[in-house]
Design a protein. Structure first.
Length: 642
């Protein structure tokens, strides 16, 4: 295949006139004075040409001459800026999207796919005009703009080099939205997506200008741990670990699965995992005091595995602190039953009129309102409060309300079917400033469920009497009670496991509610991060690394958090050759990629430098040989001098 060569600076070829000048220097000869000597034997070295001062002599073979001519030729060729035809990114604006999801850690492309994506991005930059403005977007579970519309090539390459794996999935839709916003402000923009194709795409999105996908990766060989759970055996209180492995290859995979309890090997299983299938293993008899159970797919030379990131999984065994709940009621079997079904909950139901000391626990007032001067110190849940308190005001009775979600995506009403609730009547409550309304009457907008924080405590109000509705007979009732108790009892249900990139919310324990003690989180790499509580919660989102996170709270208690990949989309590393990316450019303009030139002067300049180095070594070979001999005999001379 013949590749045409182009010269973008033909004026530099005038420097070729220097080649005959160098050759002419070797044609000059030395003019010597005649002297009569007895013999020429001792003068042979002296008759060699050391300095030319007269023309001409016959041109003889000379390695230095050849090297100097080649050096000058390559140097002049570099100045002429040689180029070869290539796909051109001729616009003045380009947006490069680099996939940083977990699958980009696959090692089928050395050293990994992310490094191959960096190389591809740098190659695209080389093909752009020197003054083009470039934006770099890192697309992981959270997309972000690394550098925006910069023409500084050094800063752009440094930004690409600093991009790291995010450890989770890739929501390419957010990255494409950013690219679209940039491209819409430019008259001639281009978007290049560099990925293995294991991404989440929006249903439909079009981007102005040229849109191109550069695929990364060439293998689908991988096995992964998809699930790891712990169960407590009631008989002997030991632990059982259940692990599920998956084989994403087209051939059977023989792997060894090892279970570790606090870094001590407890069980090993040899698995034959069918192609594109799963296989499970159960490890029994793990001591109950174990805090961390780890499952590992050990390396096996007989089965290829190009993604080690999903070969390890962790599970935390850490008893949750029981939540103390006091129920003040005239009798509510539905509510008591729902509360007793919740794990890690100590329920106290005092008799009517009996004094109680809830301490800092949660108090539920069902159909009752306490004396304003004797509000408990802990968090509060009011159900159908008959009268007003210093926290809220009851204004009347609402007949036959129809429940409607004000915030449909609020986690408190997750999995609760509101359209099936029939309510006879409800207390009409004026929404206080501290509360947000979760449920409201569809007609009057009067709140049916309010939550918020006031006077240093968490408060929830369910405005209707459970006996005046069919809600306790529905599946959503225990779900709502569980969600409310978890929200009102912070610290009793701290998370134990999450996926990379997840945002973890730590609720402030009541024992440190009045202190300004931050959380100290130690990541798997040993780096510590401190986060403060704000409005009773601390938010931590730096969960890109898989492994064990240690959380030290202000009350001196430590808890653990396991971050595992557990993502079939990322473990299924087979690269895609194309993505359904759509350009808003008319079809006729986007049918073929533009052609241009790729300069190769750096290659020829490097060859010129190498030739110059060789020429110097040849010229100094006598001196270098003598120096080498002296170095070789130096130990002998030192030994004799002693």
């Amino acid at each position: 295949m013949n590749i045409p060569l182009l010269l973008k600076n033909t004026a530099g070829l005038w420097l070729l006139l220097l080649l005959p000048v160098i050759a002419a220097l070797y044609l000059l000869k030395l003019r010597r004075a005649e002297r009569l000597v007895s013999s020429t034997f001792l003068w042979r070295k002296m008759v060699q040409d050391m300095e030319a001062n007269a023309p001409w002599q016959k041109l003889r073979r000379n390695l230095l001459l050849v090297l100097q001519l080649l050096f000058l030729g390559f140097l002049i060729f570099s100045i002429a800026r040689p180029a070869i035809p290539a796909v051109a990114y001729s616009s003045q604006t380009a947006v490069l999207i680099l996939d940083t999801s977990a699958s980009m850690a696959a090692t089928d492309v050395q050293p990994n796919r992310l490094e191959a994506a960096r190389r591809a991005a740098n190659q695209v930059i080389e093909e752009l005009p020197a003054n083009a403005r470039i934006s770099i977007i890192s697309a992981g579970e959270k997309s972000r703009t690394v550098i925006s519309l910069s023409a500084d090539r050094r800063a752009i390459r440094q930004a690409i080099a600093n991009i790291s794996l995010s450890g989770g999935g890739c929501d390419l839709g957010v990255a494409l939205q950013i690219a679209r916003a940039i491209a819409e402000r430019q008259t001639d923009g281009q978007t290049v997506v560099i990925s293995d194709g294991n991404v989440e795409l929006p249903d439909r999105i079009s981007i102005p200008g040229l849109v191109r996908f550069i695929p990364i990766g060439d293998s689908h060989q991988n096995q992964a741990i998809e699930l790891l759970n712990l169960h407590t055996n009631p008989g002997n209180h030991s632990l059982s670990a259940f692990a599920q492995t998956a084989n994403y290859s087209d051939s059977i995979a023989r792997r060894r699965l090892a279970f570790y309890a606090d870094d001590i090997l407890v069980n090993v299983y040899d698995l034959d995992i069918p192609p594109n299938s799963t296989q499970s293993a159960l490890a029994d008899g793990i001591i109950s005091t174990t805090r961390v159970v780890e499952a590992r797919l050990l390396p096996d030379g007989s089965s290829a595995d190009d993604l080690p990131l999903d070969d390890v999984a962790y599970a935390i065994s850490q008893p949750a602190t029981p939540a103390t709940v006091t129920l003040i009621s005239q009798g509510n079997l539905f509510l008591e039953t729902a509360l007793k079904l919740l794990p890690n909950l100590e329920l106290n139901v005092p008799a009517p009129g009996q004094p109680f000391d809830p301490g800092n626990g949660l108090v539920i007032y069902d159909g009752m309102t306490p004396n304003a001067a004797h509000l408990p110190a802990g968090n509060l849940l009011f159900i159908a409060p008959p009268t007003s308190t210093q926290l809220f005001t009851v204004t009347g009775i609402l007949q036959s309300p129809e429940s409607e979600a004000v915030e449909p995506l609020d986690p408190l009403i997750e999995q609760v079917k509101l359209d099936e609730i029939n309510i006879l009547d409800s207390q009409e409550i004026a929404p206080p400033d501290w509360a947000r309304v979760i449920l409201a009457d569809a007609n009057s907008r009067s709140p049916l469920l309010l939550v918020g924080e006031a006077e240093g405590r968490r408060i929830a109000i369910l405005a209707f009497d459970l006996h005046h509705s069919d809600f306790p007979l529905q599946v959503g009732f225990p779900v709502l009670i569980s969600n409310l108790i978890n929200w009102l009892s912070p610290g009793s249900q701290s998370p134990r496991q999450a996926t990379p990139g997840a945002t973890i919310v730590f609720l402030q324990p009541l024992t440190v509610a009045q202190e300004n003690s931050p959380l100290t989180i130690t990541r798997p790499d040993g780096k510590q991060v401190q986060i403060d509580y704000q409005d009773g919660k601390a938010i931590f989102s730096d969960t890109g690394q898989t492994g064990i996170y240690t959380i030290a709270s202000g009350n001196g208690e430590n808890s653990l958090l396991a971050i595992n990949l557990f993502s079939p989309q990322e473990s299924r590393i087979a690269p895609k050759e194309s993505l359904p990316l759509e350009s808003s450019t008319p079809t006729g303009e986007n049918r073929s990629l533009p052609t241009g030139e790729r300069e190769i002067w750096r290659i020829t300049a490097s060859l010129a430098l190498a030739l110059l180095t060789i020429e110097w070594l040849v010229y100094q070979r006598a001196t270098l040989t003598m120096l080498a001999r002296r170095i070789k005999t130096l130990p002998r001379r030192v030994r004799f001098s002693r």
